[in-house]
Design a protein around this ligand. Structure first.
Ligand SMILES: O=C(O)CCC(=O)C(=O)O
Ligand SMILES: [Fe+2]
Length: 289
């Protein structure tokens, strides 16, 4: 039977779920986020999303950051991140949305989205792994094959950064939607996109969304943001997610040190990612900056 969660996710392209951070994990996650944000803003942690670059590769040109990359990296020394990523309530939602078994789950990205300190910034309307230059036919084809992964944002503090167009994970853009999403620059007014809604997450809420839904985001330097941003895959998708995931540079996940920090149960999940990594050639990048 299809769960209610899955039915909403399938129909709308997103679903909001409360309560995936336990009372025990919450203070630990907050404190770990504070520490990694400090390291990133100081320039000590080099893996970050820089203001001025909307998509990978993020480069190193701007000292201001809108994201901390690879929070499970052993060099950050924050085991709470992998503990939470593999926690049962979260894994339960992943299985339900992917309609798969635990043995199919593939460990993927885990990053943190933060407010830039000195500049406002924004991302243009996009689908994560389909170019805005795609024809209607190419878009239709790409969307048909996008069932093997989930992406989510879990807000530690109230977060109204993300805009999406519900149901656009199934449909190519209309002519009018195309005209709002054919340039490289972020929109002046995201609410002018036909069908768009602005999502507000309360602290502790998660939005699971199809990462090829039409979406954009705005980042205010004045509003505190610390939002856990992650993806999980279904190994039955083969290499379909390789570019989308591996473009972020996940070679560090092959190191013994990372594996050693995971519990027995989570290691096979990592092994599935490594198998995808080992069979993928050069993946390139999904979108242009
Ligand atoms: O900031 C967000 O919530 C969305 C980020 C995003 O769309 C992306 O990194 O592709
Ligand atoms: Fe995106």
């Amino acid at each position: 039977m299809v769960s209610e969660l899955k039915a909403t996710y399938e129909e709308q392209g997103y679903v909001v779920v409360p309560g995936l951070i336990s009372d025990e994990d919450r203070p630990e996650l907050e404190a770990a986020c504070d520490r990694v944000i400090t390291l990133t803003r100081k320039g000590t942690w080099p893996h970050r999303r820089t203001v001025g670059k909307q998509f990978p590769p993020y480069g190193d040109d701007n000292p201001d950051s809108w994201g901390v990359q690879h929070v499970m990296h052993p060099e950050l020394g924050e085991p709470i991140f992998s503990k939470w990523y593999t926690s049962q309530p979260l894994v339960g939602v992943a299985k339900s949305l992917l309609e798969c078994h635990e043995e199919d789950l593939q460990m993927e990205l885990f990053n943190l989205l933060i407010n830039p300190e000195g500049h406002n910034f924004a991302l243009r309307w996009h689908r994560d792994d389909v170019s805005e230059k795609a024809t209607e036919e190419e878009e239709r084809e790409a969307l048909q094959h996008w069932h093997y992964g989930i992406q989510w944002n879990t807000a530690l503090y109230q977060d109204s950064c993300l805009y999406i167009v519900p149901k656009s994970h199934k449909n190519p853009r209309t002519e009018e939607q195309r005209s709002h999403s054919n340039g490289m620059a972020p929109p002046n007014d995201p609410s002018s996109m036909p069908g768009a809604i602005r999502l507000t997450l309360q602290p502790g809420e998660s939005v699971f969304y199809n990462s090829n839904i039409l979406h954009c985001a705005t980042y205010s330097s004045a509003e505190r943001r610390a939002t856990l941003h992650a993806t999980m895959g279904d190994v039955r998708g083969g290499s379909s997610r390789a570019r989308n995931i591996l473009q972020h540079g996940l070679d560090w996940m092959k190191e013994d040190k990372f594996r050693a920090g995971l519990d027995e149960k989570s290691r096979p999940m990592l092994d599935r990612l490594i198998a995808m990594r080992n069979s993928a050639g050069e993946v390139g990048f999904s979108l242009e900056n």
